[in-house]
Each structure stands twice: as C-alpha cells, then as structure tokens.
Design a protein around this ligand. Sequence first.
Ligand code: MN
Length: 199
Amino acid sequence: MAFELPKLKYDYAALEPHIDALTMEIHHTKHHGAYTNNLNNALKGGEWENSKIEDILANISKLPVAVRNNGGGYYNHNLFWEVMSPNGGGQPAGDLADAINQFFGSFVKFKELFSNAAMTRFGSGWAWLVKSGNELKITSSPNQDNPLMDIAEVKGLPILGLDVWEHAYYLKYQNRRNEYVDAFWNVINWDEVTRRFKA
Ligand code: MN
C-alpha cells in the first residue's frame, strides 16, 4: 500500500495574497509529489513498506537517509496543507488558547517566539508547535526532519508547522522570509491545529 499525494481541500489560489497560486501548485505537485514518490521507492520491498508513516518516523534512526528525507517531506507537507485555510487567521480559542497562554504567556508572545523559530532556522527546515506530554513547545528542525523522529532534539506531536524552505516562498517573497512568516499568520487554520492538540 503505497503512500499517496493528498488532494488539497482548497484551490491553489485560495491562500492569495498571502501565498501565491504558482508557489502552491509547484509546492504541492512537484515538491510534495517528489517526496511521496521517493518515499515509496525507498521503502519498496523492505520491512517498513506497509508501516504507518508515524511508526516509520519514530524509528527513523534505523532507516536510510532517503526515508528520513522523503518520509519527513511526505508527513510535513500533509500537515502543512491542513493547518492552512482560506478562512484562516485570527487566534485560537478554548483549551488551545488557554495552553498557549499558560506556556508562552500570551498569544502575542507565542507569535513572536514561533516567528523567531522560523526566522532563525538557518537554511532549509521547519518551525513547529509541538504537544509534548502535557506541554506545548516551540522548536525548529533542519531539512525535512520533524518532532516525531526519534532523532529529534525536541520530540512530540507537531500540531502546527511552517515550511521555511525557499521553495515555499521564493517566487513571491524572494529573500524576504520575514514577510512570508508574517503572512502565514493570516492563513493558519486554528480549527485544525486545535483538532491535533486534542488528539
Ligand atoms: Mn516544502
């Protein structure tokens, strides 16, 4: 049972002007598509071929680097498309809002810390909001690594992720990662982040 590239729940242009349609299309079809195909090829015929992606990532230190890179890429982009929405933005409510206030002081402070994680990740990688036991943590990871991997510095369940690879923003923002990070706050799907928080 091979992994499949998921369909997006919104059009490529739906996140405009924050994320442009051409970036979305290339990012989904070419980048995410390649991670998916390369993951399937890397697993073919091996003992992990029919495993859940979460189990693969939890054992990534035992697997070839192609599985680490492409398995991470497959999982991370699945999450990324879902934590964005054309009706996104604003702030979370309820238990997630309470937890953000508890662990980071305020939503404003959380926004500052998460944005800082995204800005200070050198080169390609991701910024994460992670549920780790009963705690929320902010972290970042290089390349396509993520907090589900057994090699991760900060482990836990990623509930929000921001792709800071240049392929995620260069067409529209060129070198201005800060503008892309600012724009991301307008498309965050807090309902989906909350669903993951409660899972
Ligand atoms: Mn990407």
